[in-house]
Design a protein around this ligand. Structure first.
Ligand code: GDP
Length: 423
């Protein structure tokens, strides 16, 4: 693979594309791995030598001993991060001097978790399907300028003031709107001070860190969580996440100019999954949905929730290529399709007025009411275990490349780290 100083890895679908494994692979050639958005809901699963790691906050490059940074665009649950650091240390992966957390990242506080769960319960059938880890409420407080940042942990006086203020306000919501027990600000502060002591050595200026690394000619890898269609601005709102997974989010989160990103690798499954509600044109109808789910192990890493499964959607993937500026694609889980004699691919959407389009509809109503136009490709019906793909699998990959005008440079052929073919 060609070496370039900085690469973004972005989910090109609705998340869970298998980014963890691709990041893990490319981290081997990188000096610094950076997580640029999201919180501890997106569990990356990495399987190395039979050992499974479920990583939620720290960039997965840490498994290979790479310097790992959490950017300003992330939200951090201090208890979860500390748990992860402890676990990594226990399993023989040092973190001191290797893990850096932006002082500008926001903290997920106990009221965020309480309010997230309470709001979802109250919404009932209308719920967004959040992971109830307080991520959305933490981002909301960031936007309303009442958030608590990682750097606030460095100053007990500021921390006390901010917690006191926040608890006063959040308790009104907890008690009066959601009829829950109020929080005790002294208790919250006590916990936060314990977290502060453990996390202080990890707090850093991650913009300067990345800037220096790039000036020194080091290789920096930026990893996004979730995926393009979950982007707050460009995704399928309101069924989106509360941050910016698209590639430009890396520059925003780490405070570097966008021109310093050299390569954008989009990670897409050879089919599609989506968690929770919202329109999903290429969703598989009939028993094949269950088959793909079982074969692909499509259940949430952290939540265990069943994922909805669809055939590959080239309209949505073309959109991902556009909004991220994807220069290369990694197509994961091609092996899951080995069981099928014929594989439908969604090549266009048919809109309510009868017209067909290759471009993702800008208007939500068109997206909600469109139907897929399929092209069916022959399957290969054999295990993908060699150094080369069978002819029909090659044709499937070529079909994707031709439709999108982007080369597929990595193909996932199994769960293990080694099960990847590079082209
Ligand atoms: P992420 O959030 O995008 O990293 O996605 P996950 O961590 O949920 O990864 C999806 C799952 O697919 C994990 O269990 C991976 O080990 C697995 N996986 C990744 N690539 C492949 C592949 O090429 N084939 C198969 N069968 N499984 C894969």
């Amino acid at each position: 693979m060609r070496h370039v100083p900085s690469t973004v890895i972005v989910g090109a679908q609705w998340g869970d594309e298998g980014k963890g494994k691709i990041v893990d692979l490319l981290a081997a050639e990188s000096d610094l791995v950076c997580r640029y958005q999201g919180g501890p809901n997106a569990g990356h699963t990495i399987v190395v030598d039979g050992a499974t790691y479920k990583i939620r906050s720290v960039p997965s490059g840490i498994i290979q001993g790479k310097a790992s940074a959490i950017g300003a665009g992330c939200v951090v649950d201090p208890a979860v991060l500390i748990g992860e650091l402890d676990e990594l240390e226990r399993r023989g992966h040092p973190t001191a001097g290797l893990v850096f957390v932006s002082g500008n990242a926001h903290l997920i506080m106990p009221w965020h978790v309480a309010l997230d769960g309470a709001r979802e319960r109250k919404l009932g059938d209308l719920q967004i399907g959040t992971t109830r880890r307080g991520i959305g409420p933490a981002y909301a407080d960031k936007a309303t300028r009442i958030g608590i940042r990682v750097q606030d942990l460095l100053d007990p006086k500021i921390l006390r003031e901010k917690i006191g203020l926040a608890v006063g306000e959040k308790n009104v919501w907890l008690e009066r709107v959601y009829e829950l027990e109020p929080l005790d600000d002294a208790e919250v502060l006590e916990q936060a001070l314990i977290h502060a002591e453990r996390l202080t050595p990890y707090i850093a200026d991650t913009s300067l860190l990345v800037d220096r690394a790039l000036r020194d000619g080091e290789h920096v890898l930026f990893e996004g969580a979730q995926g393009t269609l979950l982007d707050l601005d460009h995704g399928t709102y309101p069924f989106v996440t509360s941050s910016s997974p698209i590639a430009a989010g890396a520059a925003v989160s780490f405070g570097i100019g966008p021109q310093r990103i050299d390569e954008v690798i989009g990670v897409a499954k050879a089919y599609v999954t989506r968690v929770g509600e919202g329109p999903f044109p290429s969703e598989i109808q009939g028993p094949d949905q269950e088959r793909v789910r079982e074969l692909g192990g499509e259940f949430g890493t952290v939540t265990g929730r069943e994922r909805r499964c669809g055939w590959l959607d080239l309209v949505a993937l073309r959109f991902a290529v556009r909004v991220n500026g994807i220069t290369k694609l990694a197509l994961t889980k091609l092996d899951v399709l080995s069981a099928f004699a014929a594989i439908p691919v969604c090549v266009r959407y048919r809109l309510p007025d009868g017209t067909e389009t290759e471009d993702f509809p800008a208007h939500q109503s068109d997206f909600h009411h469109c139907s897929p136009v399929w092209e069916t490709l022959p399957g290969w019906e054999c295990v993908l275990d060699g150094d080369a793909l069978p002819e029909a699998a090659q044709a499937y990959v070529r079909f994707v490349e031709d439709a999108l005008g982007v080369p597929v440079t990595l193909v996932g052929t199994g769960q293990g780290r080694e099960a990847v073919l590079a082209f």
